[in-house]
Design a protein around this ligand. Structure first.
Ligand code: 4NP
Length: 162
């Protein structure tokens, strides 16, 4: 089977999308011994903005992930680029701004079809956003972690079917 490549995208690539990358990768690794289709999944993350390029995730994101047993400390931020449409099968946007900005770079209907809102993975057509936790406290990060985790559970379930 070909690799299934999934890209998680937020604004800065230091809070939400590295959490989504780490959470999904962790869940897939835990199930990959029993579910063969999960062994071919590749996950990455990016930001629509470039301000934090080259940085590790925000300390609060690293800390909250660690509380739940997920290590995202070594991830490095990068900006989303048009070439990501060539590389990835599915592109999950954390919020509506990210979604719009990714679609602005789409070159054709095939590119556009790859873009989804992450929370729709768990609640189809709900069109909810993962709130930006950057200017809040740790509570916001825990809330974001749980929202992302629910959708990652749904993604793993879906990928396990194939
Ligand atoms: P993220 O959070 O998009 O979840 O990585 C943010 C990180 C940085 C900024 C905004 C949101 N910022 O304005 O620098």
């Amino acid at each position: 089977m070909n690799d299934m490549k999934i890209l998680m995208v937020c604004l800065g690539n230091i809070c939400r999308s590295p959490l989504a990358e780490g959470i999904l990768r962790n869940k897939i690794l835990l199930k990959a011994t029993e579910v063969k289709s999960l062994r071919n999944v590749i996950i990455d993350s990016a930001g629509t903005g470039n301000w934090h390029e080259g940085e590790h995730p925000d300390k609060r994101a690293i800390q909250v992930a660690k509380m739940f047993g997920v290590d995202i400390s070594r991830l490095i931020a990068r900006q989303f680029s048009v070439n990501d449409f060539n590389e990835f099968d599915v592109i999950f946007a954390m919020d509506h701004d990210n979604y719009r900005n990714i679609l602005l770079l789409a070159r054709n209907p095939s590119d556009k079809n790859k873009v989804r809102l992450l929370l729709n993975a768990d609640q189809p057509d709900s069109n909810r956003s993962v709130p930006d936790p950057y200017y809040g406290g740790e509570d916001g990060f825990i809330n974001v972690y749980k929202l992302i985790e629910t959708s990652c559970n749904a993604i793993v379930k879906e990928l396990s079917k194939e």
